[in-house]
Design a binder for this molecule. Structure first.
Ligand code: 9UX
Length: 72
């Protein structure tokens, strides 16, 4: 089933960070759309939870060197 997950993303310091994170998320199987807002420190991701659970999104962002938390 498709859902939208919002995440807090900390540690982004330049606008290129946005592209880095959007690209890694959009390249994950099951992600249909990922948008990152630098100033807000937030990511909005549309994804199929049966292919990629929300925690996997946070883990992928963390693996890229940013802190990430799932928001309600
Ligand atoms: Mo900017 Mo971000 O030089 O991962 S790309 S700090």
């Amino acid at each position: 089933a498709n859902t939208t997950t919002h995440l807090r993303v900390s540690g982004m310091t330049c606008s290129s960070c946005v592209g880095v994170i959007e690209s890694l998320l959009n390249n994950m199987e099951g992600v249909s759309s990922a948008r990152v807002n630098l100033l807000a420190g937030r990511a909005t991701v549309e994804h199929d939870v049966s292919l990629v659970p929300s925690q996997s999104l946070a883990d992928a962002i963390s693996s890229a060197g940013f802190k990430s938390l799932i928001l309600d």
